[in-house]
Design a protein around this ligand. Sequence first.
Ligand SMILES: Nc1nc2c(ncn2[C@@H]2O[C@H](COP(=O)(O)O[C@H]3[C@@H](O)[C@H](n4cnc5c(=O)[nH]c(N)nc54)O[C@@H]3COP(=O)(O)O)[C@@H](O)[C@H]2O)c(=O)[nH]1
Length: 711
Amino acid sequence: MPDSTQVPETRIAADFSQLDTLLQASPAVLYSGSQNPGTQSLEVDWVSSNLWALTGYRPQEARDPSWWSQQVHPDDLERVQVSFARLGKRREIYAEYRFRFRNTGYRWIRDHRRVCDPEVDGRCQVKGAWLDVTERREIQTRLHEREQLLRRLVETDMEGVLVVDAEGRIIEINPAGLGLLSCRDANEVIGNSLMHYVAPHHQKRFVLLARRAVSGEPVNYEFDIHDARGEPMRVETRCSPLFDAHGQIRSVLIVARDSSRRSDAAYQAQYLAHYDMLTGLPNRALFRDRLLQSMAQARRSETLIAVMFLDMDNFKDVNDTLGHAVGDRLLREVSARIVGCTRETDTVARFGGDEFGVIQTSMHSVEDAAELAERIVDTVSQPIIIDNHEIHSAISIGVTLYPFDDHHNADELLKNADLAMYKAKREGRNRFQFYVAELNRIVQRRATIERDLRLALQRDEFSLHFQPQLCIETGQVIGVEALLRWNQRERGPISPAEFIPVAESTGLIMDIGQWVLQEACRQVTEWQAAGLPPVRVAVNISPVQFRHRQLLDSIMNALQSSGVDPQLLEIELTESLIMRDADTTISTLRRLRELGVEVSVDDFGTGYSSLSYLTRFPINKIKLDQSFVRDIHKPDGAAIARTVITLGQTLDMRVMAEGVETYEQLAFLREHGCHEAQGFLFSRPMPGGAIQRLLTDSREDLRLRMLEPAF
Ligand SMILES: Nc1nc2c(ncn2[C@@H]2O[C@H](COP(=O)(O)O[C@H]3[C@@H](O)[C@H](n4cnc5c(=O)[nH]c(N)nc54)O[C@@H]3COP(=O)(O)O)[C@@H](O)[C@H]2O)c(=O)[nH]1
């Protein structure tokens, strides 16, 4: 007799099929596996089939015991493993970390892991889900940055800023607002009714106006108030309603200024408490405040900041010989030059005398700090003319980085920057110096990269990714740029921005560059064999490679061994490279053009090209640097982009914009006649196989993406 409790097999199959369909549509990838007790790495034994669609990996690949730890970003791995090591003590834990997707590179995922089954061989048996949270993190970061910016503006505002709730209780107040009420600490006022401070003869009017503000009407009025010590004062107020996400008014923003005391000594004192009178820059106290905020933000967003201590080398001599008036003007000029080297998000302060401080935020790598410090040293050392005196100034800079273990607080960070600055002075002045702990770390990291780089070719750790380049007018793919990738056996992927400079300084770039040329040409023939129409490939050539006498042999070799038509090869050189030793460059470029190879100039706009030389170079294309494309919405970025495009049109060279990420940027480029574009808007760099699929199946998608109307 059939068992009535047994579910028929057909039903089970149908349920499975439905489950699979649901999983395919789900944004979460489900998995089960175990945690290696030694390393706490995840070893996956089952994963839902939507892994492929979401990350580009096949479920069977994920079962390789080292797969998970190889895809986690090396900078996140330890943190995540420490976090998941607590599983067992806790039933479930979630962590967010960067995880390498096959086609799109690192994305943020949220990994929600649960202990489900009893331990087997000391291994924690887990089930979990991965969710791509990159967009959410980006929005959070942007919101956080905006909030920081607003907070900073409010905190340094000379006017009192208060937020009160619908009942008129103070819920936020800035330092200037505390000053108005003669309070030192926000805790003394938060929660108090604002009415508490309004003079009795104005309380009725205050209630009426408060009602109008809460009903959504902006209100401006003058009130008499009493501060916390009972001192009377007249304040000018502007009240505006604040709306929540549902459009409801929950609070009112009040900007208040002391209309009786604006020009008196207290106001001046407040200014002096935050700013340097001579240069108008923030002073040491405000610098310290901003440093604390930047440190908190760096911790939250897991980014780096650099703190610099700057001291002029010869200021005393100028002051003693040319007088204080010239000394003051020199300080003002040097301040302006330092500010000119930094970005809006950075802080430049004058600590007093000839000492300055810089906080550099939004850094991508340690090299950013070195670049900024070098730029300041160079800019300050350019002659300064004051009253017909040509002054040759110089500056020494000490740099520390945060977060690093050695500094626990802002004062320590600044002290270490100061120490590094003294080291820079001892080493000969007019230079910068990293605080030694960082220096050691950087030197060690560089030594490790150098050691591993020597093995990378024989261990077959390099690969090429390719990024499509499109014609703006037609949306057609007109070529690809080859970008080198290094997946180091123990440490995972290492950015070319980090290892190419090491390869250049050790001479390894010759062998690596040769490999890149060979591999790029080999890939072109593979695509052709697969039936794709001819694809032109652009290969980056580093300055060391370009100056080497084997360059032409190396290029001919790659072309001959692959049989690729030279017209399908494009050589990308940087602008600063071609401008150095222009005569030799011109003759090498001519020989390349005679071979039939195309030549483009990368990072155009960053290298101070001399126009007279540019007309003599046999160049096919200039590539507008991505930093200008990023800033195209700002007046300076737009002006540079327009100039480069016009220059290309005038010199009869094609212009390609790199780093195009938004439709707004694309619309600007199209409107101004830029010919070609490349960037994440169309596609990230991808392996050769993925490019083949893209060019076979999704050419039309790319074209449509290009033609999408700007919004
Ligand atoms: N000498 C050689 N240099 C090489 C080689 N391969 C790479 N490089 C150089 O290393 C630098 C970093 O390269 P990479 O990390 O590959 O970054 C490239 C793109 O991924 C990135 N890119 C492209 N589109 C966008 C975008 O829309 N937004 C954004 N933020 N980044 C984007 O830009 C880099 C391409 O730069 P470029 O070469 O200037 O076109 C870089 O300087 C490489 O040149 C090599 O084989 N040899």
